[in-house]
Design a protein around this ligand. Structure first.
Ligand SMILES: *Cc1c(COP(=O)(O)O)cnc(C)c1O
Length: 555
């Protein structure tokens, strides 16, 4: 990092922020990443501000009912962490002027985060910031108007000068439309306004699942007010027809990134036919060490003491929480495998249960124990079916399989520190990064994962964790991954744990070394500054610089 006072001033836009379980305005990895970035910018004293939304109902509190089916409640919280800036800005939604209050959060050792809120007393527009990822397409567009258009207006009202606008995922792209509108109002042609806006915008994409890239009908966008004064032709030129938020992000930015090397490649080929888009580089995610490394593990690691005793301490804390919340007493000597993620089909949470003839003896004997956690999106029936399937299995093996309700940052911390193994089996290449595996690695919880997301960059099989599936993509991928999962589990993981503790502990040490040095958010943010936040360069120059940055920042 070139630490000087002339670092570009960055405004980071994101729909969700995971700073702490006490402020439940995040759904998953995207928000946790944004939270870690704000904390790191604070640690490094960088001129960085975040822009987001104050969700009235947070995301969701998801519990399991007596029939084993997930149900949702609003995630309530207090406003203790929030400071009212006294600033109210306005956006236009469906032709009506909507007041938006600007809050500031600076309670979690984060860089300033401004949260926009339409639930003002007497306003009819509270619905626009009601629930993260809730509602219809109209709700979603209204939310995006508040975040993007409102975000630019809030920064101006706060008096922030911005050199670089960073759109984290497509939800924020209407900020680019607002920047263009302003330049047109000053007399720029559309082309000039687009080109100069590009010079100040960078974009991060996270979604290798095609259907996950949000699209909207132009008629609806125009009706809601998302055109913000631009014409139909201009909006199509930016986002195609229908309007694709990711494509718009790629056209509004001068450089874009995927969140792991593999995801960068996937994103480049996904969007290869899009003309006039930004080059897509790769900046692999990292995690905020202070947030995600167990304090005792960190002390032991940094003072070069043994890691087994702090690991067992973290494992006991996890088993206590499991006992308290589920009534199940797991055995702290027995191998504990964790799996916690959003319940989405491509993550295949039930994969390990495909062959019960193999699993039953292992679970009945207590040779392995499994702890699951995860929420489905409230409107996703297939995700809920996955959760309920796992909940069913816990009833069959109450002493060796447990499910923890309402996965959040607190559980994320307990699980990634307290499990022995972190299992990850998405359908490659659909997991863009998978930061929970980095948290696990940082705590000496060994990854057992398919080669997707960040893991191909970190994995040294049998040295700092294990891979299975060999990176195979194609027909019968699930069958292939499954056979190899059992092979590695039965022939390598279980015997090492029970018969070769010295090797296990060496692997823990190698795992922590790898995550601590190469997958911290400090390394990640340094790369953002050195690659993404510098003035636009030609693609060739960019490629050369990346080689240099990567060569120097990973150590
Ligand atoms: C870290 C984290 C995530 C993201 O992890 P993935 O590996 O991408 O699933 C999601 N939710 C919570 C609560 C987390 O702490």
């Amino acid at each position: 990092m070139r630490y000087d006072k002339h670092q570009p001033r960055v405004a980071y836009f994101c729909m969700e922020y995971g700073l702490s379980e006490d402020l439940p305005i995040y759904a998953g990895g995207l928000g946790v990443l944004a939270g870690d970035i704000l904390k790191t910018a604070h640690d490094l004293e960088l001129p960085f501000v975040g822009v987001g939304i104050l969700w009235k109902e947070g995301y969701t509190t998801q519990l399991i009912n007596e029939d084993g089916w997930p149900y949702d409640k609003p995630a309530t919280y207090t406003k203790d962490a929030l400071h009212d800036t006294g600033i109210i800005i306005h956006v236009i939604i469906r032709g009506e002027e909507v007041p938006v209050r600007v809050w500031r959060v600076d309670s979690f050792d984060n860089a300033p985060l401004y949260l926009l809120d339409t639930a003002l007393p007497g306003s009819n527009f509270g619905w626009a910031t009601q629930r993260l990822y809730g509602g219809t397409s109209q709700d979603r567009i209204a939310q995006e108007i508040v975040l993007g258009i409102g975000g630019i207006r809030a920064l101006e009202a706060l008096g922030h000068t911005v050199d670089v606008y960073h759109f984290n995922e497509g939800h924020a792209v209407l900020a680019g439309i607002e920047l263009i509108r302003r330049k047109k109002a000053k007399g720029y042609s559309f082309e000039e306004a687009l080109e100069t806006t590009r010079q100040e915008v960078v974009f991060t994409t996270h979604t290798p699942v095609m259907a996950g890239n949000e699209e909207h009908e132009h008629g609806l966008l125009q009706y809601m007010g998302a055109y913000d004064g631009l014409s139909h032709e201009e909006m199509c030129r930016i986002g195609d027809d229908p309007f694709n938020m990711t494509v718009a992000g790629l056209r509004l930015a001068h450089v874009a990134n995927g969140v792991s090397k593999l995801h960068g490649m996937t994103a480049r080929s996904m969007w290869s036919d899009k003309e006039d888009r930004a080059p897509i580089v790769a900046i692999t995610n990292g995690v905020h060490v202070n947030t995600w490394m167990h304090p005792q593990m960190r002390r032991a690691y940094e003072s070069r003491s043994g890691l087994w005793s702090p690991h067992m301490q973290a494992k006991r804390e996890l088993l206590q929480t499991i006992a308290k919340r589920t009534g199940s007493q797991l055995n702290h000597q027995s191998l504990l495998i964790g799996f916690a993620r959003r319940a989405a089909l491509y993550k295949r949470p039930d994969l390990i249960f495909q062959r019960m003839d193999i699993m039953e003896p292992l679970l009945d004997s207590g040779r392995i124990q499994l702890v699951f956690s995860g929420k489905a999106h409230p409107q996703d029936e297939s995700g809920k079916r996955l959760v309920s399937k796992i909940a069913d299995i816990t009833l069959r093996f109450p002493r060796s399989v447990v499910f923890l309700e309402n996965y959040d940052m607190e559980l994320g911390r307990l699980l990634t520190a307290g499990c022995d193994i972190w299992l990850n089996n998405p359908q490659r290449p659909l997991e863009a990064s998978g930061t929970s595996g980095i948290k696990a690695a940082l705590n000496g919880c060994l990854n057992l994962s398919v080669l997707d997301g960040w893991w191909p960059e970190g994995c040294q099989h049998g040295t700092n964790g294990w891979q299975f599936g060999g990176g195979y993509e194609g027909p019968n991928q699930t069958k292939y991954d499954l056979a190899n999962l059992y092979e590695v589990l039965l022939q390598e993981v279980i015997p090492t744990y029970y018969e070769n503790p010295a090797k296990w502990q060496d692997m823990m040490q190698a795992s922590v070394d790898m995550a601590y040095h190469r997958f911290s958010s400090k390394r990640m943010l340094t790369e953002y500054y050195n690659i993404m936040y510098q003035p636009p360069r030609t693609a060739k120059l960019l490629a050369e610089e990346i080689e240099q940055v990567v060569a120097t920042s990973w150590h």
